[in-house]
Design a binder for this molecule. Sequence first.
Ligand SMILES: Nc1ncnc2c1ncn2[C@@H]1O[C@H](COP(=O)(O)OP(=O)(O)OP(=O)(O)O)[C@@H](O)[C@H]1O
Length: 472
Amino acid sequence: MKIDCGTVWGDCLRVIREHVPEQSFNTWFKPIIPLSCSDDVLTIQVPSQFFYEWLEEHYVQVLKKAITAVMGPQARLEYSVIVDRGNSRTSPLSVNLPNRPNNKNSNGQNSSTDYFSPFHLKNVDTLYQESQLNPNYTFDTYIEGDCNRLARSAGFAVAQKPGITSFNPLMLYGGVGLGKTHLVQAIGNEIKSNIGDRFVLYVSSEKFTNQFIEALRNNKIQEFQNFYMQVDILIIDDVQFLAGKERTQEIFFHIFNHLHQAGKQIIMTSDCPPRDLKGLQERLLSRFKWGLTADLQQPDYETRVAIIQRKMQADGINIPDNVIEYLAYSVDTNVRELEGVLISLIAHASLSRAELDLELAKQILKNIVHDIDTEVSIDYIQKTISEYFKVDVEDLKDKTRKKEIVIARQVAMYFSKEYTDHSLKAIGYHFGGRDHSTVIHAVQSVNDMMDTSNSFKSQIEELKKKLKMKAI
Ligand SMILES: Nc1ncnc2c1ncn2[C@@H]1O[C@H](COP(=O)(O)OP(=O)(O)OP(=O)(O)O)[C@@H](O)[C@H]1O
């Protein structure tokens, strides 16, 4: 039977949209063109081989979810890859999807026969295989920096001796996209590879809650509780989600106590420290503090560079160093955002067959990075000014009174005052502990020099541009 492939693909897109961030959706799914559709095969055209590989590597499950929901479990997807302008090659590149039950029914709702519903898994051996861990989230792929050192080393210690160290529970907290899920899953993967016979389970608090509600509905609370009490290492993500859910907290409390007393390891994440978790029972909060609590901070510049390098290496993509530095300077909010920008950049380069260089990066970041001025740090200003005036960063902080160094120092103070929110006192502190009056004097001197020297003024203009664009 002939089926309208546009309609089928439109329905698939609706499902996909629910599961991927908007930026990724626009980058990876909008450019796809549906070519044909029969009862069980949908053929889609993708713009390049790279694009096809990226979809396969990153979105195979979501694609499977979508075509299964829209066309049924027998459905297959075939790609037609544009190999050269105008020419395309149709699979053998059909998606090779593992044949596993789906979490959603055709309405995109959680189905009552949830793939990981405890009530459908009878055999404990099967449980050992089904930890719900992403194999890519390992310690190897997790970059260490000042921002995560304590959390990472505590996690690593727990992974070597789960349930035995005093870090039980291990509670990691931090803002969005800072690597909490990655790190706790790395612990789970490490334990699984070191000690294969442990039942490691990763579950989000949301999923835990949904499973509990389902158990309530089906009168299966006992099975639910029994299931969780068999776990050796329980990793529960985003516990702030339990806030206000009294009955879920109650059962979690019992499971927690049982596991803890039995020497089983509990690992949790949350978006804030336990003391700030609102809507959680006091008895749970006090248990969260029994073990070790460690935070994840925003990564610093060096860590961001290392993260980009690691991702590029893993994907086999080469990006010039100056582009990496530019990205790392420009996107300093969180790692997820950094990855999003990186994907966008690679996608643009791939789709437009343009060279992935600094120009392209600047062009793309213009649309993504907001308020670049306020993101300039004193460190960055010092680095840029010292390069420009060919003096050492240390000289800017030093007492030396050599004329060229004094000017460079004053210019750096001037920009620190103009481009950062730091107080005069804080700026002085960053320049070798100088007084706030020295900073005022520096700003005044730079203004005076601009009034009297055109060449100095154009130097300042040039530096302004550099700092604004964070150009490397
Ligand atoms: N130190 C790191 N090294 C390598 N990749 C990292 C690091 N930190 C975060 N990432 C990557 O950043 C992305 C976001 O991380 P993750 O999902 O773990 O954040 P999260 O803190 O759990 O966020 P949320 O609070 O939104 O759930 C992931 O792709 C992860 O691999």
